[in-house]
Write a protein that binds this ligand. Structure first.
Ligand code: CTP
Length: 459
């Protein structure tokens, strides 16, 4: 006979409430030793819980402060419950009866007990009571608009209700068909003058700076496709303007907000492959074959695509010290670029982008103890593999998700606004500066070259 009975339970415990506490008290009363598994934020987001207010650390602290809890662990992946039951020799798995039936399969490992849920309270309810829904307007009417709207339906704290595009007829046609957006505008000032508190901008890259600036000045939070600006001073100006106006300005780099991508960064910072010495990432798209207008491609492969590999390189290696470009431009603008950057400790970043050459869109991160491979398309990070000299030690991390991944970005944007935060830990202003540095530097060099040629021509 064992001298103590161990109980385990799991949950998110966001904004700890009396329903949680009653459940935990009753769970403890079933035996002697209570282990509570608090879900990690990346795991929560990967299973569709997108609007959790408190981070993992804060939620752990709240649970640790309860007298009747003996041990707190973190739940990071789907099959962990069975592993924990064996590891801690668990006698009872207790969980609220909103899960009835869902965990019957664990009876194979321990006794499963469903406890009555407390009526009338939940974290979802508290979030809805404490925070206003964010009203968001879309700027631009492009290929990505519908996907953005569809993905926002999975984010409970945001409501998209307006759209702006200078093309009056297109706006009219769109709102007539849309099941979500009923108000269309062809005047930007009028659009900004409505009750929307935030905008999502997806227009030609050359118009971003102006549109962002006006939106910030009107006091709106801005989520904009990258690059936010095409000149160095403009980006700095926008970031300080956002700070001044106390609004959030965020680059719409969806990869930065994906659960797997963030788990990858955590694993790397914990040294899973030792010291990272090289990051290599490729992104190519043959837009021509997808019937994009020439004006789109004329923005150049570096401007259109380099933000993504730069995100990976900068997030892992930090600031680029010096950057070398190996570009090819056989149509009057760059259709491919191999960008090599130097970083702290001599580490090297290699970003490959192309709109005129097709290549494998994967990424490899090499360290002193092993390497990580993210299969194509790496920027929709779902799975990554960690390899070592000894192949038997290889590990796979899997965070599958539905849709195109935009929902994680939309959720982070709206949750930050709701909480009154003006910076995302997943993509800080200095991350944005670092990421944009590559393309801004490229544009600067190109402009210098152009000016030189002009000067020579003129005599
Ligand atoms: N729980 C409960 N009574 C409530 C709310 C939660 O007994 N009114 C229990 C759940 O059944 C689960 C544990 O508390 O066993 C943790 O639940 P969690 O999902 O973190 O809390 P919810 O309030 O249900 O969160 P959400 O609304 O985000 O789903």
């Amino acid at each position: 006979m064992k001298d103590k009975k161990t109980i385990i339970t799991y949950g998110t415990y966001d904004m700890l409430h009396k329903g949680h506490m009653r459940l935990l008290e009753r769970a403890k009363a079933l035996g002697d030793y209570l282990i509570v598994g608090v879900t990690d934020e990346n795991y929560d987001r990967s299973r569709g819980k997108l609007n959790v207010v408190e981070n993992t650390k804060k939620r752990i602290k709240s649970i640790e402060s309860l007298d009747f809890v003996d041990k707190v662990i973190v739940e990071t992946h789907k099959n962990q419950k069975a592993e924990d039951m064996l590891e801690y020799d668990v006698d009872i798995f207790a969980i609220g009866d909103d899960w009835v039936g869902a965990f019957d399969y664990l009876n194979e490992f321990t006794h499963v007990e469903y406890l009555a849920r407390t009526e009338g309270i939940s974290s979802t309810k508290l979030r809805a009571e404490n925070f206003d829904t964010i009203k968001l307007g879309i700027v631009g009417l492009g290929r990505g608009t519908q996907a953005f709207i569809d993905e926002s339906k999975f984010v409970s704290n945001v409501k998209i209700n307006r759209i702006y595009s200078p093309d009056f007829l297109a706006v009219k046609k769109f709102t007539k068909k849309s099941d979500v957006i009923k108000y269309g505008h062809d005047n930007y000032d009028d659009f900004l003058d409505t009750s929307i508190s935030a905008v999502y901008i997806d227009t030609a890259l050359t118009s971003h700076y102006k549109l962002i600036k006006e939106a910030i000045k009107a006091g709106k939070h801005v989520l904009c496709e990258n690059p936010l600006a095409l000149h160095k001073n403009e980006l700095k100006e926008l970031l300080s303007l956002a700070k001044e106006e106390k609004v959030l300005l965020l680059s719409a780099l969806k990869t930065a907000f994906l659960p797997a991508f963030n788990q990858l960064l955590t694993e790397l910072s914990e040294g899973i492959i030792g010291e990272v010495k090289e990051v290599r990432a490729t992104r190519t798209t043959l837009y021509k074959e997808k019937d994009y207008p020439e004006s789109f491609m004329a923005q150049g492969a570096t401007n259109i695509l380099s933000s993504y590999p730069s995100l990976l390189v900068n997030k892992i290696l930090g600031k680029s010290k010096n950057i070398t470009f190996f570009d090819q431009g056989f149509e009057g603008y760059d259709v491919s670029n191999l960008i090599v950057s130097k970083h702290k400790g001599g580490a090297v970043g290699v970003s490959r982008v192309a709109t005129g050459i097709k290549s494998e869109g994967d990424a490899v991160i090499s360290g002193t103890k092993g390497y990580v491979h993210i299969p194509a398309p790496w920027w929709l990070t779902k799975k990554f593999y960690v390899h070592f000299e000894d192949e038997h030690k290889s590990q796979t991390f899997n965070y599958e998700f539905d849709g195109c991944g935009l929902r994680y970005m939309i959720a982070e944007f709206s949750s930050l606004i709701q909480r009154g935060e003006r910076k995302s830990k997943m993509l800080t202003p200095s991350d944005m500066v670092g990421i944009n540095r590559v393309l801004l530097e490229y544009n600067e060099r190109k402009n210098k070259e152009k000016r030189k040629i002009e000067k020579r021509k003129n005599g």
